[in-house]
Design a protein around this ligand. Structure first.
Ligand code: HEC
Ligand code: HEC
Length: 169
């Protein structure tokens, strides 16, 4: 009797809980994944093809003009590919986007700051202040640049905080 009467209550809780989560969904947004095929192929070879909306135009220009020495690697491209990819990144950069993440990202930067890394920005640091430095160093994560390790749908532009799953090792 006791266990029977508990069932509808837990079911009710499930309904309430899921509706709360749905209502909260308004706080996050889907940016969509990166779309340019040259960008996906060339810049998605070593890591996630980061959404261009995460950095201002001036950052993408700096990244694309320093590909010979790209964080210890060479990601050099011929001029045609480079200009196609840069065009795509600039057109969809934080400056050109009306997304909430882009607006917050820009607001977190001084106009003279030109970060090469999303993970170096005050916006990123604020959003990840609950993630300890040693967590980013776990074997299956490696560094903050490895968005997909924790944001399983990062390639679709889904960074919803309710879908984050931090690997234990
Ligand atoms: C040969 C491998 C390689 C290729 C190809 C490559 N990258 Fe990278 N990229 C790296 C490495 C290594 C890092 C540093 C990752 C880390 O900090 O752990 C990095 C980091 C980045 C970051 C900063 C990530 C952060 O921490 O916020 C950006 C932005 C970036 N790359 C853009 C690009 C773009 C644009 C292209 C294409 C033109 C590209 N990458 C191609 C190896 C590569
Ligand atoms: C070690 C796991 C981990 C990695 C790696 C990581 N994140 Fe996160 N991220 C989190 C957690 C945890 C949160 C949620 C923090 C909270 O609940 O306030 C978060 C939150 C966010 C948010 C805010 C979402 C929202 O709804 O407000 C964005 C945007 C984001 N991350 C982007 C990135 C990007 C881009 C990268 C890679 C450059 C990245 N993250 C790498 C764990 C990670």
């Amino acid at each position: 009797m006791n266990s029977l009467s508990k069932m509808p209550i837990s079911a009710l809780f499930a309904v309430i809980f899921s509706s709360v989560v749905t209502a909260h969904g308004g706080g996050s947004e889907l940016m969509g994944g990166a779309t340019n095929s040259a960008y996906l192929k060339e810049c998605g070879a070593c890591h996630l093809a980061y959404q261009p909306q995460f950095l201002p135009k001036r950052s993408w220009e700096k990244v694309m003009n320093t590909l010979d020495s790209h964080f210890g690697d060479s990601a050099a491209l011929d001029d045609a590919l480079k200009s196609e990819i840069l065009g795509y990144l600039v057109k969809n950069s934080a400056d050109a986007s009306s997304s909430k993440i882009s607006r917050k990202m820009l607001a977190s930067l001084g106009t003279a700051e030109t970060p090469l890394k999303i993970s170096d920005t005050p916006y990123f640091k604020r959003k990840h202040r609950e993630v300890r430095a040693d967590v980013f160093k776990r074997k299956s994560i490696g560094s903050p640049a490895n968005c997909t390790a924790c944001h399983l749908s990062a390639d679709k532009g889904d960074y919803d905080e309710h879908k984050v799953k931090i690997p234990r090792k």
